[in-house]
Ligand binder design. Structure first.
Ligand code: UTP
Length: 276
């Protein structure tokens, strides 16, 4: 079914400078786990064992994280510290990891297109790990989306309501509600001004895409900020067929911003780390 997931992690993370000068943003820890590991665990929980990263220069720490550290394993073998490695060992046992580089930062749409060879002619998930998504009362966000994919077999984007003065930070959709929390998208705008936004339903960093998106992306011209926008390609896909917006169950933290990152850290410390 949907067993592949793409992780675009090539961005510069400028909002976290100087921390991200020589360290990938995705390796920043929320309590004791790097952001990207939360995303990978969400993908694996959804049945996506085939994990592909779109990386860039200076991102080697991500590849090292999803590999065995023999020296460390040897050092702590048989000691009480083995438990500290349990979560990443679990991920390594279940996932298969591939990496390719986006050589120029030409936008999220371009990053996704860079993954075409790794994905092939298959539906696939996309997780932006700087959006940390947690659902403590049931399935993870990607699992919820896979269930919908199995029903509708079309591209699906995760959406949430945001305050109207925040819409300029997001791709924003307009659509007809098919049922509670599920919209058939007919319009989409990347980072609109508040007065131009078609709604306050913002796209967050979880997608399931059908592989025809690659040919659409090849024909997509640079849009907002001179970048190839996945929103523009999704709008073309919506004009040709069905694209759904799904209001997911759970919480989302914008860990690409310092405020969201601190909020996520406090939440995870109190509700996950301390609740063990
Ligand atoms: P962002 O614009 O939020 O990430 O892109 P950024 O560029 O790292 O952050 P700032 O604005 O400089 O602080 C959203 C996601 O898309 C990926 C980023 O890594 C991030 O996960 N991305 C974006 C790419 O992989 N390639 C691109 O060309 C653009």
């Amino acid at each position: 079914m949907v067993n592949k997931c793409l992780f675009p992690v090539a961005g510069y993370g400028t909002r976290f400078l100087p921390a991200t000068k020589s360290m990938p943003k995705e390796m920043l820890p929320v309590v004791n786990k790097p952001l990207v590991q939360y995303g990978v665990e969400e993908a694996i929980e959804a049945g996506m064992q085939d994990i592909s990263f779109i990386t860039g220069r200076g991102k080697r720490a991500i590849a090292d994280h999803f590999d065995i550290s023999y020296e460390l394993e040897h050092q702590i073998q048989g000691t009480g510290k083995e438990d500290y490695l349990a979560s990443i060992r679990n991920v390594l046992d279940q996932g298969c990891f591939s990496f390719t580089r986006q050589r120029e930062m030409k936008g999220l749409g371009h990053a996704i297109l860079t993954g075409e060879n790794m994905i092939g002619d298959n539906p696939f998930g996309v997780i932006l790990s700087d959006d940390l998504c947690i659902n403590q009362s049931g399935d993870g966000i990607m699992s919820q989306m896979v269930k919908l994919y199995e029903q509708f077999r079309c591209s699906i984007v995760a959406i949430m309501e945001v305050p109207e003065d925040q819409v300029h930070k997001y791709g924003v959709i307009k659509g007809d509600a098919m049922k509670d929390g599920l919209y058939r998208i007919d319009s989409m705008v990347e980072k609109p001004k508040q007065e131009d936004a078609p709604s306050n339903l913002a796209i967050i960093g979880r997608y399931i895409l059908t592989p025809d998106i690659f040919n659409i992306l090849k024909d997509t011209q640079p849009g907002k900020n001179g970048e190839i926008q996945i929103t523009d390609a999704l709008l073309k896909q919506a004009e040709r067929g069905l694209v759904l917006g799904y209001k997911f169950q759970g919480k989302r933290f914008d860990c690409g911003s310092v405020d969201g990152f601190v909020e996520a850290t406090n939440f995870c410390y109190e509700n996950i780390y301390n609740a063990k």
